[in-house]
Design a protein around this ligand. Structure first.
Ligand code: ADP
Length: 577
């Protein structure tokens, strides 16, 4: 459709100079004294005038066809482009979402967003240029060359070779001279996006330290590098454009010179000269456009490169082809001789870790910072694959089940809960999007959250700000607890907040957590003594090893044990950290 419309429109451009030439021929054939009221009405004058009218009609028709052809092409390309752009956004987003936690930790959200959107718009630029511009231009050039060659083979050859030579020159200049600088400029463009996003996301920290000026200066440094690279890209583009234009002037002089030479030798008339002049200007315009468009194509390809590179990144944890959804009915968790090694670390973290957590029991993970508590819970969620051994949930090896089904059936209350900038109701229902408002309210009540929500002017419809910044730490936590209530999972992972809450909020959170733990298998990454004491078992980690395992009172009797030492050191406050 797009191509058809554009080819139709451009064919009219090929034919237009022919009609223009014939019109001039008609006009010069009839000297003015044969026209006007008193002129003799010879049959020749009549026929010629008839022909001029015909040409005028022809030009009008060509104009209309060209208009309609372009309209058809533009309308079709709108749909095509948007389909492709949406497709790219969808697949790239799906991929990015499924990248590992590490990948996300290592990439700025801002720069990823910029990579995605820039890649999408590059598609728009690319297919506009290829289909609406380059394709028709090639058609005009080929058509014109053929028409010209039929009349004067040598000039046709000249134009053909000139056009091809010009296109090759443009492509070479763009690829070897402009593209490398464009690639570098893009890298800095992405960095600029990342720098902006980083500072804006951490605005609270910036404010807290009154560091706006420092951040301004930091951005200025990035902008300086960015503008340096971009200047070079643009100047190289200008150089390349100037050189191309110089070649076009040469081609024009050659073409006009040739037709004048033909005229000297009596082989071309005024109409021919008019045709060649119209054609040369038209072709020159087209060639100049082709030069520019080749660089646009290159730029769009450059911009898409960063997006395409996303597809080369390792996707992280992969589901096996035969992976099935997991069914968690009881909630028993077993680590069997698990080995795990973070890429980038010299030593493995876990070597031969075996843990048995019966269904419905509540265990605390305790140990110094960096001892592997968080990693153990991440392995249960299969955010990483184990290097050796296996992890079983209700007897099913989690390496062979689908990640989505596993994570959907494990409820997490993280240390710093993240909320979407959506309504509170949606945030709570994230665990179960089909939950009714009554169920959401019930979950909020269990989480001790309903009171503060009802005090908000818009209640459950309140938008919570990016990542939930409009709520206090304790409130965010209670929302996360409400989410976990609604999820109704058999397995619960609680990462206790290290930041201290005010005592009232703390009491509400603790109470809600106790309520949440009932009837589930619970793993708590514990930082508070009060939590630890009440749990069934305490697993004490040290440098990736499970060094002690038992209930609080028994571990306390082990005089030289790590737990006893941690306990003594932090008896009044924290059990770890
Ligand atoms: P804990 O929760 O007990 O503080 P973690 O499980 O977070 O300990 O970390 C255990 C060890 O693994 C630490 O030495 C930490 O530096 C390392 N580690 C944690 N996350 C990563 C990661 N994504 N990549 C590489 N090493 C990591």
């Amino acid at each position: 459709m797009v191509a058809g419309g554009m080819i139709l429109a451009t064919l009219t451009d090929v034919v237009t100079p022919i009609l223009a030439g014939r019109l001039v021929d008609d006009v010069t054939r009839l000297p003015p004294h044969l026209l006007g009221a008193g002129a003799t009405r010879s049959p020749e004058a009549f026929a010629t005038r008839h022909d001029t009218l015909l040409m005028l009609g022809g030009l009008t028709l060509l104009g209309i066809v060209s208009l309609l052809g372009r309209r058809l092409a533009f309308i079709s390309i709108t749909h095509l482009t948007l389909r492709i752009m949406s497709g790219i956004a969808r697949t790239a987003f799906a991929r990015v979402q499924r990248f590992s936690t590490d990948w996300h930790a290592n990439h700025f959200a801002g720069s990823t967003v910029r990579r995605l959107t820039r890649g999408m718009w590059a598609v728009d630029m690319l297919d506009d240029t290829l289909l609406l511009m380059l394709l028709p231009e090639m058609c005009v050039l080929a058509g014109t060359t053929v028409v010209l060659a039929l009349r004067w083979p040598l000039m046709g050859l000249l134009l053909g070779l000139g056009s091809v030579g010009f296109a090759v020159l443009s492509a070479l200049l763009t690829l070897n001279y402009v593209a490398p600088s464009a690639r570098l400029a893009n890298v800095w463009d992405t960095r600029m996006g990342a720098a902006l996003a980083d500072a804006i996301t951490c605005n609270a920290v910036v404010k807290a330290f009154g560091a706006e000026g420092r951040e301004d200066a930091r951005l200025s440094r990035v902008l300086q590098r960015w503008s340096g690279r971009t200047t070079r890209m643009w100047l190289r583009g200008t150089d390349s454009g100037n050189l191309q234009n110089l070649c076009l002037v040469g081609l024009r002089i050659l073409m006009v010179g040739s037709v004048l030479w033909l005229w000297w030798h009596g082989r071309a008339g005024a109409g021919d000269i008019a045709y060649v002049l119209t054609m040369v200007f038209l072709v020159q315009g087209y060639l100049r456009d082709i030069g520019q468009q080749i660089s646009v194509v290159q730029r769009s390809v450059n911009e898409m490169e960063e997006l395409v590179a996303l597809y080369d990144e390792p996707a992280g944890v992969q589901d096996r082809p035969d992976a099935r959804p997991i069914r968690i009915t009881a909630g028993e968790i077993r680590f069997e001789q698990v080995g795990f090694h973070y890429t980038g670390q010299t030593l493995p973290l876990f070597r031969d870790l075996s843990i048995d957590i019966p269904a419905g029991s509540r265990v605390a993970l305790v140990g110094p910072s960096g001892s592997g508590k968080t990693t153990a819970t991440k392995l249960v969620q299969r955010l990483y694959d184990v290097t050796s051994g296996r992890i079983l949930i209700d007897g099913q090896d989690i390496a062979g089940i689908t990640q989505e089904s596993l994570r959907a059936q494990i409820a997490i209350v993280p240390q710093e809960p993240l909320l979407f900038h959506r309504s509170l109701a949606e945030n709570i229902a994230y665990a179960r999007p089909d939950a009714t408002l009554a169920e959401i309210e019930a979950a909020a009540a269990l989480a001790n959250a309903s009171e503060f929500i009802s005090r908000l002017p818009k209640g459950y419809a309140t938008l919570v700000g990016e990542r939930g910044v409009k709520l206090s730490g304790g409130e965010r936590q209670r929302i996360a607890i409400a989410r976990a209530f609604l999820a109704g999972s058999r397995i619960l992972i609680l990462d206790e907040a290290t930041s201290s809450l005010d005592s009232e909020s703390e009491a509400l959170v603790q109470e809600a957590m106790q309520r949440l733990m009932v009837g589930r298998t619970v793993i708590v990454i514990a930082h508070r003594l009060s939590t630890v004491v009440a749990l069934d078992r305490i697993l004490v980690f040290s440098r990736g090893e499970l060094v002690e395992d038992g209930p609080h009172h028994r571990l306390l009797t082990n005089e030289g044990g790590l737990y006893r030492r941690l306990f003594d050191r932090q008896a009044l406050g924290l059990a770890a950290e």
